[in-house]
Design a protein around this ligand. Structure first.
Ligand SMILES: [Fe+2]
Ligand SMILES: [Fe+2]
Length: 337
């Protein structure tokens, strides 16, 4: 049986749960594993209240200590029960009705691929990189939320997951970039700032377009739940970037990741909303290197997501986001960040 007697035990169980997703193929018990990850990552956050020095000490000391009182004691017991029974699943989501299904399929039929790549990316970070305990809990929670999005899309659209690709062809560049990350900071920068800050905008556009096509409020509410969590993932990327790289020259490896992201993922030339969306996160990062604070960028992201949900548009125009991409590409080459 899995032991949860020390922080090291908890981290190793988190890694064990995440490991199968690193292969990049369908994992039959994906719901079970990610459900367990939600409980364990919440538990880790509470444990961190006790273990402020856990990253500087061998994390082997026993877990039953000061913070396991009151509600936290109940939570600690429940987590152990879940781990023992291995029985934590997501709540059921209903299939959309026949009026909602056609527009939802048009808008969201490949959205599950976006969820699956982020699940595997998070699993890669948890299992293969050396992350602080705090970051393990953050990334494990993100993995759980992506799996929840996958559950929502799968049930709402009636998708047969075992017969669908886990990593779709257009996600392979993303997967390759993630696997070239060699530490937590570069992973957070790539996956959660560059990919997910613009993912929040894409999700907001989906919410807006679904409303426009007469999808019921009930189904739109599910898309909005996904959108809000995606935006939070982008915010995590921005906040951790500010923490990890503040005042420091960006290492060569991070510069190269950003340049590869621009080359591989910002290639749309249509001048449509798609171009704006693709370049959005580079525009945020370019503003950081031009003097904007992380807090200002978080405000921009939240504002643009809110605007996009209601109008289908965002604040910056094509010239501005294109400036962002060009500036960033040259700046990293010239000054190194
Ligand atoms: Fe998601
Ligand atoms: Fe996300």
């Amino acid at each position: 049986m899995t032991s949860l007697d020390s922080v090291a035990d908890v981290i190793s169980y988190v890694r064990e749960l995440a490991e199968p997703f690193v292969v990049g193929e369908y994992v039959p018990d994906w719901e079970q594993r990610s459900g367990m990850l939600s409980a364990i990552s919440d538990y880790l956050i509470i444990r961190l209240r006790d273990d402020a020095f856990v990253d500087s000490e061998p994390a082997a000391r026993q877990l039953d200590c000061d913070a396991d009182t009151g509600y936290r004691a109940i939570l600690a017991q429940e987590v152990r029960k879940f781990v023992k029974r291995k029985s934590l699943t997501f709540p059921a989501v209903e299939l959309a009705d026949e009026k909602d299904l056609p527009p939802l399929k048009e808008l969201c039929l490949t959205l599950d691929y976006s969820e699956k790549i982020v699940i595997s990316a998070a699993a890669f970070a948890i299992s293969r990189l050396t992350l602080s305990t705090e970051l393990v809990s953050v990334v494990a929670n993100i993995l759980f939320e992506e799996a929840y999005h996958l559950k929502i899309l799968t049930e709402m659209l009636g998708l047969d997951q075992p017969s669908r690709p886990w990593l779709a062809t257009d996600k392979l560049a993303n997967w390759e970039l993630v696997r070239s990350c060699d530490d937590g900071p570069s992973y957070m920068l790539l996956e959660h700032l560059l990919y997910e800050a613009r993912g929040g905008i894409a999700a907001a556009k989906g919410v807006h377009d679904a409303g426009l096509r007469g999808v019921s409020k009930r189904s739109v509410a599910w898309l909005e739940k996904i959108c809000n969590q995606e935006t939070n993932h982008g915010i995590s990327g921005l906040v951790w970037f500010g923490r990890d790289y503040r005042g420091a020259r960006l290492p060569l490896s991070a510069r190269s990741l950003i340049r590869r992201f621009i080359e591989q993922e910002c290639d749309d030339q249509t001048g449509t909303f798609r171009t704006l969306r693709q370049r959005y996160s580079s525009w945020l990062l370019a503003r950081y290197f031009s003097g904007a604070s992380v807090q200002e960028l978080v405000v921009s992201l939240k504002r643009d997501v809110a605007q996009c949900k209601s109008t289908g548009e965002i604040g910056p125009n094509l010239d501005e986001v294109s400036w962002g991409v060009d500036f960033l590409y040259e700046y990293l080459d010239r000054d190194g960040g």
